[in-house]
Design a protein around this ligand. Sequence first.
Ligand code: GLY
Length: 499
Amino acid sequence: MATRIGFVGTDGRTFLAALETSRAVSEFYAGEYEGVVVRGTPAMPTFAQRQGWPIDFIATADNSTSAYAEALIQAFRQDTLDIALIMPEALLFHGLVDQVAAAGFGDRLIGLDQEGAFLEADKIAGKELCVAAGIPVAPWTTVNARDYAQVLATSLDFLHAHGGVVLKYPYSAGGKGARIILHSWEIREVYDLLIQDYKEDYTQFFGRKGPWPLLVEGRMSGVEISFTILVDRDGNFQILPTAMDYPERFEGPPGVNNPITGGMGAISPHPLESPELMALAARTIARPLVQALRSRGLLRPCVLYPGCFLSCTDNFQPTVLRVCEINIRPGEPEFQPVAKRLRNLGALLQAMVTGRLHEVQPEVRTDQISLCIALVTGPGGPKQQKGYPWSLTKGEPLEIDFDYFAKKNITIIPSAMDWDPASGFKSDGSRVAYLVANVTLKEGQKPGTVVEILRQRLLTAYDQGKIRVIPREDEKGNRLALRRDIGHHYKLAEILRAR
Ligand code: GLY
């Protein structure tokens, strides 16, 4: 009987991970696995059925933590699910693991409990843990967000010392709490926007009178890179292949008009991945982090996803990795190209809950590069919305040339997508879908050149309107928007390395 693995959540990584769990065939690890999406979005079951994809679904009554807990407990009781990986951090912050564990099924879940979730839920406490564990971190301090004079002075100091500063709302912010300042002129505007966005949350937690903790970090230069670390119940760990994330909404430096989003695309592996880099990440981050969890009694099967900056020598040998923050779930969309290069995701997840992760290595399609581009809701709409990640219009119909995508070997992953029998697939705002494709690198081919061809394949599909959200005001238009430079860093890496 196949092992049924649930991917809990409503986004693209949830759907793709379930698909790859069912589809991928391992050469080295016996076992049959079926991917199940727990909840998903309304479009996903119909989408999977339309494509003939082997994904099963478990519904939840609503989007609340208790509804997820109820669905998981029932599925474990009825043996319709064997294991579940919880994707959205908010469910971990709100104690989904604790609720399911209280019903006796904690050993089937992958994710930290509420006590351990502070690692991501409280970024200041997460930093303190890293420092205590000897993990190199970005320069940082904390200030009182209510005190603009203090924020200004600290920002100016950090700009002087590090060339840039990041103001971070240190609690749950759905990936949007980091505000980067590269010029002194922007300090006031960035500060005002941050306070506007988080005033309510601050007031709720700390009242109107007390200090509001704000994390201030030096904006590091160097190469941004994150690591997906799988940890089993006994503290064995495996690091999955890397991916490069594209967090800014548009190409170019971040700023008030180019905010950090949830992620506009990703490519795996990261162009600077090397065995030395993976060894450095294991030695200086993964091992001390797992040890810190163990010594605090927080160790559980979990996914850790530290975001780091890499320094290297002039021939790209890694020297130091400095951690900016630790996430406690797979990255979105980074997990998509990562999972698409794995042949044994099911076996890895099973080993996490049985304490056998030391026996199961990630089985990676090392000859392949995987590219993932987010298709987001662009500007326009009845209220002249600004588009993702700002205000969004929803409910417009999607048009997809499925045959074209099948012919071009491009996988469409639905995300914020709705469906009803009368009108079919519809946009539900934010990141509507992803285009994902792999390319195989042949002997003697240059990765930079091959990735450029792959990138063009995905961009052409979009440019030719093969997937469209039809705007209300223009039936020939396309509401979907994307970033055109996702993956281009392979070419840049090649140029950098050329002597
Ligand atoms: N793409 C950024 C994240 O998942 O945190």
